[in-house]
Write a protein that binds this ligand. Structure first.
Ligand SMILES: [Zn+2]
Length: 289
């Protein structure tokens, strides 16, 4: 989970920005606990000028609806369009007013008190991942968020190498860096390689194909849909998160389905269900959608 706070100024007049407000999930070592998030007590009553969200993974946005009200601030919450869509729905679910949530474009620069924050486009396993170049009177901090370097991410731009190089030339005081599987040797590989593998595998199958993935990996969902379309198959998106994320992708102009229609009921609009041949019911009664 992530909740980072950057402060500038003397202790009695310090100004803050917060970067990401996420959760982690309970496991066998935390019985009875579903969600874990940071204790924001040290920030309550402090001058918070803005909250910046780097990307829409749960460990970066999952606690916004829980913790933002506790901060007792009116600081704007900045996020790019896809992230904003998901955060807005989470705040709605918790009955938290989202009027402080502000949509900004990729690459935007925002001034917040003594800070100037520029979004730097990266690649990751979710649309619109960003690093933040945080400029202060003392110098520049590069806060990366999560990242990998994918030359062909399928959705969105590639990593802004020029922007990162320019930051290096400008000089960076510190880089605060986070990357899943950072302790694994080797390369993460490109989504394009996965897409090609899915196209070949799905084309070879004779029966229904079930694919599991993180719903937030919209590029992976797109790859599966591409492979299915090439094999002349219908696609069924199953699960609440899958529908929530693909709706957010569509609303923010990142259609997972591209030009191709997706059957949300797991079957063609007419005829026999191909995904679940023994299902006698028809949508919406089939309960799949
Ligand atoms: Zn992430």
């Amino acid at each position: 989970m992530n909740l980072n706070a950057y402060g500038y100024g003397p202790p009695n007049a310090r100004r803050w920005i917060v970067v990401d407000v996420g959760v982690t999930f309970g496991n066998s070592e935390t019985p009875g606990i579903d969600l874990i998030c940071a204790d924001p007590d040290f920030l309550v009553g402090e001058q918070i000028d803005a909250v910046f969200l780097t990307h829409a993974h749960e460990d970066h946005i999952g606690a916004v609806g829980l913790l933002y009200p506790l901060l007792r601030t009116k600081a704007p919450i900045y996020a790019t369009p896809f992230t904003c869509e998901l955060v807005r729905s989470k705040m709605d679910e918790r009955g938290v007013d989202h009027k402080w949530l502000k949509t900004i474009s990729m690459g935007a620069t925002v001034k917040a008190g003594p800070f100037e924050v520029t979004y730097v486009t990266l690649t990751h396993s979710i649309p619109e991942p960003n690093a933040l170049a945080i400029r202060t009177p003392a110098g520049v901090i590069l806060h990366t968020g999560d990242w990998k370097i994918d030359p062909n991410p399928q959705i969105g731009s590639t990593t802004d190498i020029e922007g990162l190089t320019a930051l290096g030339d400008e000089g960076v005081l510190a880089m605060v860096c986070d990357s899943t599987n950072v302790f694994e040797d080797g390369e993460a590989g490109s989504e394009e390689t996965v897409r090609q593998g899915l196209i070949e595998l799905i084309a070879e199958q004779k029966q229904a194909v079930a694919v599991t993935t993180f719903a937030s990996n919209v590029a992976r969902v797109k790859s599966v849909i591409d492979a299915a379309n090439r094999a002349g198959r219908s696609v069924c998106l199953v699960g609440r998160s899958m529908h929530r994320v693909t709706a957010a992708a569509k609303a923010s102009g990142l259609s997972a389905a591209g030009e191709h229609p997706v059957s949300l009921h797991g079957q063609p609009r007419r005829g026999k269900c191909r995904a679940f041949p023994h299902c006698k019911r028809r949508p919406p009664a089939c309960g799949i959608a």
